[in-house]
Design a binder for this molecule. Structure first.
Ligand code: CLF
Ligand code: SF4
Length: 429
């Protein structure tokens, strides 16, 4: 195991590290982490990533069953903390990039810090925005940051990243690789100099960056990082690398053995989901979906009327009901008593209507069925327009449909009043 200078690290950081399931191999059988999926956007496109593909059985970075607001993330933390005794770490690992949605990431950390000083925060990022935000990360007290660095050679990087979007410009090819690498190196240096334990994730892609990885590890050692985590490529469906072979454990371990001579190697990574919860080898994310929690809360409402409506909304930016049901890639799920509504979650779905040619295919039908199934727990759908088949099936499930074109706020009240009217008139449930 490589030697790590811990001279600059505080006793508090070392103590927290000993209870961090990813940073300490000894801790991962006992201590749990929760990933709070508050950062949906990303500013680069890795060719191995597809965040649109969500499946509850899928376990890999970028996958989540829900995206939470910072307020809801705090609620979820409180809920999970009560149930999992040795929860030691809150990680923000997307489903996009923790720094691309920095205002949400920061707000989430602040919300939780205000109620719990013992929890350790951890961020995972591609590093592009570290030069901007590393000082704030440090000031917030975050001492564990993971940066994914797949290559130093821009010619190799150019094959791994489709584009890099930075300060209003989109870069591709070698130019993209150079912008990304410069920011990663500057950001890692800053973090290390300010007492942060930096972990480097490296995706091992056969015949692409595999023989270059020892050079990456040496450079990371020079920068003073704590540990490197060489991970196998998972060819995600729908990603540009979906047809590449999955790197085998044997191949990854052989490379880790080589790199171990330079720096300590993480060997227990589970390549977890962006909403993973629990011990690393025992994901409990489905048990703790916020929609399960909401069922417990259902009877509770602000005005004490006993009424509670859960309404799924299609909206491009969350303010107006301005999106067709079939074009939605996510639903905003609101809960309220008819007057006051609160955004409880955003629920990602695979868009089923991509134009006339696509709309009647078997593939579109399957996607539509999945969406309808995923909205079964809602009382209503509030949308600009909806197709005949989807409407009919939702109504069969007891889901009321409002087609509407105004603000989300007024649409929610209107929908609740319509349901109430129906209930009074005909006992509709
Ligand atoms: Fe999450 Fe990553 Fe923090 Fe761990 S995961 S942000 S350092 S708390 Fe851990 Fe999961 Fe492997 Fe990541 S097992 S994918 S290394
Ligand atoms: Fe996906 Fe992360 Fe790459 Fe962004 S940085 S494209 S979220 S793997």
């Amino acid at each position: 195991m490589g030697c790590v200078c811990s001279g600059a690290l505080s006793a508090d950081t070392l103590e927290r590290t000993s209870k961090h399931p990813c940073y300490s191999a000894d801790a991962h059988h006992k201590y749990a982490r929760i990933h709070l999926p508050v950062a949906p956007r990303c500013n680069i496109q890795c060719n191995y990533c597809n965040r649109k593909f969500d499946c509850v059985n899928e376990s890999r970075p970028g996958v989540t069953s829900e995206v939470l607001t910072p307020e809801l993330a705090k609620d979820k933390f409180v809920w999970v903390k009560e149930k999992i005794e040795h929860l030691s770490v809150v990680g923000i690992a997307g489903p996009g990039d923790a720094l691309a949605d920095w205002q949400f990431t920061r707000q989430t950390i602040e919300n939780i810090k205000a109620i719990n000083q013992d929890i350790t925060f951890c961020l995972s990022t591609n590093g592009l925005l570290l030069p901007e935000y590393a000082p704030e990360v440090v000031a917030l007290g975050v001492r564990h940051v993971t940066v994914t660095v797949n290559a130093l050679d821009p010619v190799i990087s150019a094959k791994i990243y489709k584009f890099v979007s930075y300060q209003g410009k989109t870069y591709t090819g070698v130019a993209a690789a150079e912008v990304l690498l410069a920011n990663q190196l500057a950001g890692i240096k800053y973090l290390v100099e300010h007492g942060v334990l930096v972990k480097i994730n490296i995706v091992m892609i056969k015949d692409l960056n595999d023989s270059h990885i020892p050079a990456v590890v040496k450079k990371m050692k020079e920068l003073g990082v704590f540990v490197t985590n060489i991970m196998p490529l998972i060819p995600a469906p729908g990603s540009a690398f979906q047809h590449l072979p999955q790197t085998s454990t044997k191949e990854v371990n052989a490379l880790r053995d080589v790199c171990q001579l330079d720096i300590r190697q993480m060997r227990h990574c589970q390549q977890c989901r962006a909403d993973a919860i629990g011990l690393l080898h025992e994901d409990r994310s489905q048990e703790f979906r916020m929609c399960n929690r909401l069922q417990d809360d259902e009877a509770v409402n602000k005005n004490g009327t006993g009424k509670s409506y859960r309404i799924a909304v299609t909206s491009k930016y969350g303010k107006l009901v301005d999106q067709h049901f079939g074009h939605a890639t996510q639903f905003y799920i609101y809960q309220g008593d008819g007057q006051e509504f609160r955004l409880r979650e955003t629920r990602a779905v695979a868009q089923y209507c991509e134009g006339m040619a696509e709309c009647d295919t078997d593939n579109a039908d399957t996607k539509r069925e999945k969406i309808i199934e995923s909205l079964k727990d809602c009382n209503a759908v509030l949308t600009m327009r909806i197709g005949y088949h989807a409407k009919e099936k939702l109504q069969k499930n007891g889901v009321y449909i409002t087609e509407y074109c105004d603000t989300v706020e007024t649409g929610l009240r209107y929908t609740a009043s319509q349901i109430e009217g129906l209930e009074q008139a005909s006992g509709y449930k």
